[in-house]
Design a protein around this ligand. Structure first.
Ligand code: COA
Length: 172
């Protein structure tokens, strides 16, 4: 299977925050943002593997700044690394106030998608070629993040998370 550049999956999605998207404080609801992020990540994963994909997991999400009613939500998604049948998608989110012409960071997250064959079974995906310094850093870290999420999900024994353990030993 031919490798693909990380940049080939790059996806930008914009949404306008309307009253029905807000909480009682007049800011974008976290759940609505997660829904849009899931769609942006699915598009990036689909561009990489050219197959139907399923969300397997979402890493911890925290919201730095509320996105206000009437502002634009700007989501960027790109694959950081592919494993066998799964892909880690890195997302960055900003709010944009187009009236006053400024942007503010909202959050950053990692979603994992699995490509499925016509029988709904996981199927192999192409490897990723990271090109920029940022892409290479994300690619390297993806192995440790994968081990952490699989250990937390009870799908990997802590002893098998070799790169993750080495990282903590190094940090001491
Ligand atoms: C995701 C799903 C297809 C994985 O199926 P599975 O039977 O566990 O398959 P496998 O154990 O062969 O794992 C397949 C891949 O998923 C990855 N995976 C499984 N669970 C994972 C988790 N919790 N987090 C991250 N990756 C996970 C595995 O590491 C493997 O990746 P790899 O092939 O690159 O090594 C299956 O759990 C599923 O269908 N879940 C429901 C997904 C869904 O409905 N999403 C919409 C939101 S409700």
């Amino acid at each position: 299977m031919e490798e693909k550049r990380a940049s080939d999956s790059f996806t930008i999605m914009n949404e306008l925050v309307l009253p029905n998207d807000t909480n009682v404080f007049g800011n974008l609801m976290g759940g609505r943002l997660m829904y849009w992020m899931d769609i942006a990540a699915a598009m990036a994963a689909g561009k990489h593997c050219n197959a139907p994909c399923m969300t397997a997991s979402v890493d911890n999400l925290s919201f730095k700044n509320p996105i206000k009613l009437g502002n634009i939500v700007h989501i960027e998604a790109k694959i950081s690394r592919a494993f066998n049948t799964s892909m880690e998608i890195h997302l960055r989110v900003w709010g944009e106030d187009s009236l006053h012409q400024y942007s503010y960071e909202s959050n950053e997250a990692y979603f994992t998608f699995v490509a499925l064959d016509p029988n709904g079974k996981p199927r192999p995906v192409p490897a990723v070629i990271p090109e920029t310094e940022v892409e290479k850093k994300l690619y390297d870290g993806a192995l440790r993040r994968r081990q952490l999420r699989l250990v937390l999900a009870g799908k990997m024994k802590p002893d098998d998370a070799v790169e993750l353990k080495a990282f903590f030993v190094q940090a001491q």
